[in-house]
Ligand binder design. Structure first.
Ligand code: HEM
Length: 527
């Protein structure tokens, strides 16, 4: 009995120390050591997550605390320190220190931001480390070369056209339909990744839902299960605590009802993806002439023809999930935000439309809008300076990845003068300099002209929406090409207008983006 009381008291003291005292004391120590070079954000328990919530409630922008920090401190601070649960972390904002973090990427391991992410992506490029990462990056890198992406261009154009045709039909029924800008773009970007990976349209590949009564597209279930994993984590303190303490074992040790349900969905989803890969493998073994230029066939060719037995079916499936996750919402949010900003700036919108028309109309001898769009060539994309600058300006103001995924340090390491300890969290927050008035004049204004005619900022590390260094975004060319195709298609077909009474907010969910999403009206254009 006495022993039990002692053990319980010990556990309580340990929890209080780990969750409450240790983070507070470390942050006091950090502030004392680095003074004005660092800001400290401390909240007991969820720590930095409380700051996100507070900023959202007070200023309708989850990251307003960072924008304000940049406004007040400019280039004078190099990092901010924070706590989350039992961990203390550094978020670097100084370009030189950001560079150091990314050059030393081996010193940091991405953490599991949710159980679904860990379950779905652990064998993928996104989470691989060391030699495995190098091999995967080399293998996948070839397919993301600018020249290789040219192969996907016809398919991207075709997907954009289908979506704009659908919207045109809907507008006939309801001309005042409110358009969900990000969702609409995501319908395109998800289909692009799906087709690039599987060579088939996602519309025909279904999965049974929990009770088995209905079937939904696999791509929809992938998005939904990831969102649900974040939702249950945000809603349940118990699940948060379990995840902190048990990490990846949380699903196996005393799983709660919500966790069991989520795990079952994840297992079903992965099995369905695995079945597609195995079926395709059988087809290619029996008839090698079926090989196409898509990711699944490239992987299987490597296994079947080049006898590369290091590539596993799990790696292929995890990479599908990771590319889908990394490529869909991000690109959808970038382009959706650009459409929203264009709705607020009709003069820039008209100029962008004229830029597009000038380049394509020279070739098209038709006034039919569909014909005009069909004449768009891959080479034209590099000539559209304003379109390119509109996307860059959207990425500056509202970067879908406001920083890199949080990492944990696997050894003691010095970044600049800051001594990062093994086990500390580390990330780099691009949004700080992207909204810093010392770097960008009128930092809150949507001004794509600041990027035109190659006008870049003198320090490339001030604008890094795709991150930088060896682990930068592998899909950045694809993302920009998709974004341009979507903008061009919509500018040709529609006038984009704001819905005056809508109050827009910037929310940090899995991605940093617009909330709500139904923000514009489209009016069909005739010429
Ligand atoms: C506007 C769109 C996009 C943005 C803003 C974006 C941003 C980023 C950022 C910031 C990183 C670094 C993450 C980190 O290190 O924690 C990253 C990595 C990555 N991105 Fe993107 N991304 C976009 C589109 C895409 C697309 C279209 C794909 C592929 C279909 C893609 C695939 C990846 C992959 C696989 C990585 C991990 C690379 C590695 O670790 O070697 N991304 N992206």
């Amino acid at each position: 009995m006495l022993l039990n009381s002692i053990i319980i008291s010990f556990v309580i003291i340990l929890i209080i120390y780990k969750f409450l005292l240790y983070p507070k004391l470390r942050l006091i120590q950090i502030k004392r050591k680095y003074g004005d070079k660092i800001k400290v954000i401390h909240h007991y328990g969820p720590g930095l997550l409380v700051e996100y919530k507070k900023s959202y409630t007070q200023n309708k922008d989850s990251l307003s605390f960072l924008r304000q920090m940049a406004y007040q401190n400019g280039k004078s601070i190099q990092a901010y320190a924070f706590n989350i649960g039992t961990n203390v972390g550094y978020s670097f904002v100084d370009p030189e220190l950001i560079k150091q973090v990314h050059q030393n990427h081996d010193a940091f391991q991405k953490i599991d931001v949710s159980q679904a992410i860990a379950y779905l992506f652990s064998n993928s490029l996104l989470f691989a480390t060391g030699k495995s990462w190098q091999k995967q990056r080399q293998f996948l890198g070839k397919s993301f070369h600018y020249d290789e992406i040219k192969n996907y261009f016809p398919s991207i154009k075709d997907i954009c056209l289908k979506v704009s045709d659908r919207i045109s039909e809907e507008l006939i029924q309801n001309p005042n339909k409110e358009i969900k800008v990000v969702k609409t773009c995501e319908q395109i970007t998800s289909e692009v990744v799906f087709r690039a990976f599987f060579g088939a349209t996602s519309e025909n590949i279904f999965i049974s839902t929990e009770n088995g009564s209905t079937k939904i597209p696999i791509s929809q279930e992938l998005v939904s299960v990831i969102m649900d994993s974040f939702r249950i984590l945000q809603q349940s303190k118990l699940i948060q605590l379990k995840s902190q303490l048990l990490k990846r074992k949380t699903f196996n040790i005393f799983p709660l009802k919500e966790e069991k349900k989520l795990l079952n969905r994840l297992i079903t989803l992965k099995q369905a993806c695995k079945n597609i890969v195995l079926k395709r493998k059988e087809e290619l073994v029996s008839d090698p002439s079926l090989y196409k230029k898509n990711f699944i066939d490239l992987y299987l060719k490597e296994i079947i023809q080049n006898s590369n037995n290091e590539i596993t079916i799990e790696e292929i499936v995890d990479n599908f999930c990771a590319l889908f996750f990394a490529g869909t919402d991000t690109t959808g949010n970038m382009t959706g935000a650009a459409l929203y900003f264009l709705s607020l700036n009709p003069k820039i919108q008209q100029e962008a439309r004229e830029e597009v028309m000038q380049i394509i109309k020279q070739k098209a001898n038709s006034s039919d809008l569909k014909d005009i769009y069909n004449y768009l060539s891959f080479e034209d994309l590099t000539k559209l300076d304003l379109i390119n600058s509109i996307l860059k300006e959207s990425l500056r103001l509202l970067p879908p990845a406001s920083g890199v995924l949080p990492r944990i340090s696997n050894r003691d390491i010095k970044i600049g003068q800051f001594e990062v300890k093994k086990g500390d969290l580390v990330n780099t927050h691009f949004i700080y300099h992207q909204s810093n008035p010392e770097v960008y004049e009128n930092q809150d204004q949507f001004n794509p002209y600041r990027w035109m005619k190659g006008k870049e900022q003198n320090n490339a590390f001030n604008f890094t929406p795709f991150s930088l260094g060896p682990r930068n975004c592998i899909g950045q060319h694809l993302a920009m090409i998709e974004g341009k195709c979507i903008l061009i298609n919509f500018l040709i077909n529609f006038d984009i207008m704001p819905i005056p009474q809508k109050q827009v907010q910037y929310e940090m969910k899995v991605i940093y983006g617009l909330q709500p999403d139904d923000l514009v009206y489209f009016r069909k254009r005739n010429n």
